[in-house]
Design a protein around this ligand. Structure first.
Ligand code: NAP
Length: 287
């Protein structure tokens, strides 16, 4: 990478960020498409957010990703929001257009782009989504724009699932999509829904390192026809994914979602296509 006096700066804010793939992914991509730009991580907590946004505007940082715990808090500094960011009240990507900040949420669109890349077409499908946190909210909102049949949201804290349904329901009804919510403790219903659905998504942090022996539901409920997505990507292969693979299920992995959410952010920043195949090979060691 040849840094010059006119190199554009992009970055990542949030905390912790040391495990993030975004700096290596975007720097490799900038180089590949000859964009005179670089991407750095800035460990930022909520107390530092306002000053960081001000500094980024002053220094004309062209765009940045936003991760935990700032995804909702960042909204109040945005001048404009994309429809899905508006719907869920959270952003993970900011474009700085001469001091005017536009916020996007690319997690959900990245999730479905990864699904399509792995030849899973969400149209008319029944989806069980486990989780109602930041990432789950983004996936749920995007599912409304994907012509699915039904979304069934399970969460440990039931009222968060209910709240998510309340926020999405008006748009879902317009698109003819049903949303149902259940408490995760309703295991009998979960078993039935998993057996009758096309795609089951773990969008909780269960199974994430260091608790990588944990699993969000009994894998004996799976049949080879069910597609399993686990958005957790540390470890790269979660216990749920291993159990599902051993039962013949197709897998949509968390790293694929990382790749595709980054691809959309890159496009919003540079107007250029992200070199997906090259990054898969160089960063994720996948063909
Ligand atoms: P979050 O906002 O903190 O939400 C956490 C979710 O997990 C909530 O639904 C929470 O339920 C549930 N949960 C936590 N511990 C649980 C347990 N022991 N049993 C049942 N449910 C439990 O976090 P997030 O930002 O959505 O991230 C969730 C996971 O997704 C993390 O592992 C993160 O690394 C990963 N992620 C991956 C990508 C990607 O691109 N692959 C993108 C974003 C996030 P309650 O509401 O009841 O607390």
């Amino acid at each position: 990478m040849n840094l010059t006096a006119t190199t554009d700066l992009y970055g990542l804010i949030g905390t912790p960020i040391s495990h993030s793939f975004s700096p290596s992914m975007h720097n490799k991509a900038f180089e590949k498409v000859n964009e005179n730009a670089c991407y750095l991580g800035f460990d930022t907590n909520i107390d530092k957010l306002e000053a960081t946004v001000q500094a980024f505007k002053t220094l004309n940082v062209k765009g940045w990703n936003v991760t935990m715990p700032l995804k909702s808090e960042m909204i109040k500094y945005c001048d404009e929001l994309s429809p899905e960011a508006e719907l869920i009240g959270a952003v993970n990507t900011i474009v700085n257009q001469n001091g005017k900040l536009k916020g996007y949420s690319t997690d959900g669109i990245g999730f479905f782009a990864n699904a399509k890349d792995k030849e899973f077409n969400p149209e008319n499908k029944t989806i069980v989504l486990i989780g109602a946190g930041g990432a789950a909210r983004s996936i749920a909102a995007q599912s409304i724009f994907e012509n699915i049949n039904e979304l069934i949201i399970y969460n440990r804290t039931f009222k968060k699932a209910q709240q998510l349904k309340d926020e999405l329901n008006e748009e879902a009804l317009k698109q003819n999509i049903k949303i149902r919510v259940e408490a995760l403790s309703n295991q009998k219903q979960l078993e039935k829904d998993i057996k009758e659905s096309d795609l089951v998504i773990n969008a909780t942090s269960v199974g994430m390192r260091p608790d990588s022996e944990e699993i969000i539901f009994n894998p004996d409920w799976l049949s080879p026809e069910t597609v399993i997505a686990d958005i957790v990507y540390t470890p790269v292969k979660t216990k749920l994914e291993k159990e599902a693979l051993s039962r013949g299920c197709k897998i949509l992995d968390g790293l694929g979602m990382v790749l595709w959410q980054g691809a959309y952010a890159f496009k919003y920043w540079t107007g250029k296509e992200f070199p997906v195949d090259y990054i898969k090979k160089e960063i994720f060691n996948k063909e």
